[in-house]
Design a binder for this molecule. Sequence first.
Ligand SMILES: [Zn+2]
Length: 399
Amino acid sequence: MTASAGPAVARDINTAAVLEVLQSDGPLSQAELVRRTGLARPTVAAIARTLLHHGVAEAAGPDPRSTTGRPGILIAFRPACAVAAVVRLLPHGIDARLVDAGGRTHGTVTVANPEVAATTLPLVAALLRDLADEQHLDRPTSVSLLLAGRLDPVTQCVVGSALDPGPVPLDDVEAALSAPVTVLNPTASAALGVARTGLHRDALVVFVDHGVGVGVVSGGRVLQGATGAVGEVGHSRVTDSDRRCECGRIGCLETVTAGWYIRSRAAELLGADAAGVATAGATVAQLHDLHHPGVDALLDEAAERLGLATSWLVNTLNPASVLLGGTPFVAGAHRFRDVFAGAVRAHSLPSHAEGLLIDLADPTADLDGATAAALDRLTVLGGVPVRRPTGAAARVPQA
Ligand SMILES: [Zn+2]
């Protein structure tokens, strides 16, 4: 550690404090920044100069409250000062978006995913580069990568993902994308999105999309597990299915509840005429709207089975809320939710079912979680976090 490390750390902490106030309450005058941060006037003046010089803040006109002498200027946080990216590797495509330091999305792009895994990272890098140029933004300096798979916390390798069937060192992923990368599976990301709303301190997020998983919010924090693989309930066995799962095993819960199963079975039931409707990314609500008795029975059965599986977790983890979905797949699927909720309540202990909130999750929960994770690691001025590193729990209101 150099002799100057102490003052540098203090300066960064002070700068972060000014940034936080500017983001929540700006534009503000320097006098107001002094009052709100409790920092010395010369300290605030020096920080303001630095922020303005590096484009982290910008002048926002004269201070209307200046009454004496030379009127001061108002200072505003400049959200475009730093850019994060959220990239989803979907079963059949890549979806990427840029988010400024204020959390606003600028530009999204979706491309068909070539199945050649080795080309995926260079393709993502090119997409992000083009998107930044198109939006006249800087290149992203923090990336959330949402994928089916996980980061092994011991080996620091991405495993079981579409990037490569084998382990891919996180270092290689970060080198390819020229930024720190946060790897999340969609279930964990949806749970993080739910946790960050501050509304759910103890919740199960029953993620249903192409696959099925359960994220656990406990005490306001998202459970990670020993190997970063919490939530794979979709690959627990049910005893009465002999279908082959996408994971290669027989009779997983996904073979009776997952989006991939629902869509393919609905296509079979609807026959050739309407197969396009069912197979081209239909949502549960759209399938219900077909008013096809066979499809309705399929959806009811899937919801019932998912509710039964969830009841085991309700009894085990004693959540206050169970939130279903997390992506557009079950958005607005009220009948599916009601059948699911009925099964959860019927099969859980009465003491655990009583007072339990069961509802649809926000359909953007997975994106919200990934965005929060990317913004958490966004820095300016060579290492000052844009957001203060407060844990989700700190912001959750106490009951
Ligand atoms: Zn499976």
